[in-house]
Design a protein around this ligand. Structure first.
Ligand code: GDP
Length: 294
């Protein structure tokens, strides 16, 4: 494993000791160190460069108080910059509508179906009436998986295993929700192992026709740099409302959060931290900044 950014900062700023101000010359090597550490934490190189340029600007000329070491000051500046780049405060989802429709998108294996179950569980615990709709028409196992999760969390699942028209299933599901007084419909969609035009066209069509109140893009935080490219492609086609970062219980440093936010400029709304139905949390930019800092 590698040293945490905080440790690296401590080491790199040894040269700053005894200086009254942070200057262009004495900060240069530290900035380089921060950039390298961000890239090691899976932050996209271009994003890491932008971030460190911003940090440099903020750091230059700042008085180093006698009580605070330059290292602490820089760590604080880095933490603030990362937090603010990831949106500052947390963002929840929009669930107004009758019913509110939440469309879940993402690649196969990203944790879409698991997250769909978790979100239903979370909303149910908040006292909402939820209906899950299984629109993965290519993998019968995905329908069964959603049914199992629905049963586990006590939320009804609408499915039409014989129907190969995802839009029709979703529309029928929404009609069913209206009939049975469910206020929130969560639509789980098909994913592929890589971005593919047919899948994109299908989910694009779902979004256009269903006009969801919230379209979420689910991405595996362990996929590092690939996560950014996938996010970019999905956003170009779907103009989604928010990101769900999964598998953060792994040992990833979470740099994907920073890169995705910087590249698609959409808030990260939830994180997923395990396979259990309660392993879901709102995204906290300050906590993620801390994690990236290590
Ligand atoms: P989908 O194909 O996008 O619907 O992905 P699934 O929801 O089926 O998830 C793929 C695999 O990842 C399954 O084995 C899940 O149990 C697992 N998984 C999903 N979310 C998480 C998570 O946050 N942490 C961990 N460790 N595993 C997860």
């Amino acid at each position: 494993m590698f040293d945490s950014l905080s440790v690296k900062l401590d080491r790199a700023i040894k040269t700053l000791k005894g200086q009254g101000k942070i200057s262009e010359i004495n900060v240069a090597s530290t900035i380089k160190e921060i950039r390298r550490a961000l890239v090691e934490a899976d932050v996209n190189y271009k994003v890491a460069k932008e971030v460190t340029d911003g940090i440099k600007e903020k750091a230059l000329g700042r008085d180093v108080l006698i009580a605070v070491s330059p290292g602490q000051l820089l760590t604080k500046i880095v933490h603030e910059e990362l937090t603010s780049l990831m949106g500052g405060s947390q963002a929840d989802i929009n669930i107004t509508g009758d019913p509110a429709v939440i469309l879940i998108s993402g690649l196969q294996g990203s944790g879409k179906t698991t997250f769909t179950g978790k979100l239903a569980n979370r909303l149910k615990k908040q006292g909402r009436q939820v209906l899950l709709v299984a629109c993965d028409i290519y993998r019968p196992a995905a329908i069964d998986q959603l049914k199992v999760l629905g049963e586990q969390v006590g939320v009804e699942v609408y499915a039409e295993p014989e129907n190969k028209n995802a839009l029709q299933i979703a529309q029928n599901g929404i009609a069913q929700a209206k009939k049975t007084g469910k206020k929130i419909v969560i639509v789980d969609t098909a994913g592929r192992l890589a971005v593919d035009d047919q899948m994109m066209a299908e989910i694009e069509g779902l979004k256009k026709s269903l006009k969801p109140t919230e379209t979420l893009f689910v991405v595996d935080s362990m996929t590092g740099q690939d996560a950014v490219n996938t996010a970019k492609t999905f956003n170009e086609r779907l103009n989604f409302d928010g990101v769900v970062l999964t598998k953060l219980d792994g040992d990833t440093r979470g740099g994907a959060a920073l890169s995705i936010r910087a590249v698609v400029d959409k808030p990260i709304k939830f994180i997923s931290t395990g396979e259990k139905m309660d392993a879901i949390d709102l995204f906290h930019p300050d906590r993620m900044a801390q994690r990236i800092l290590g």
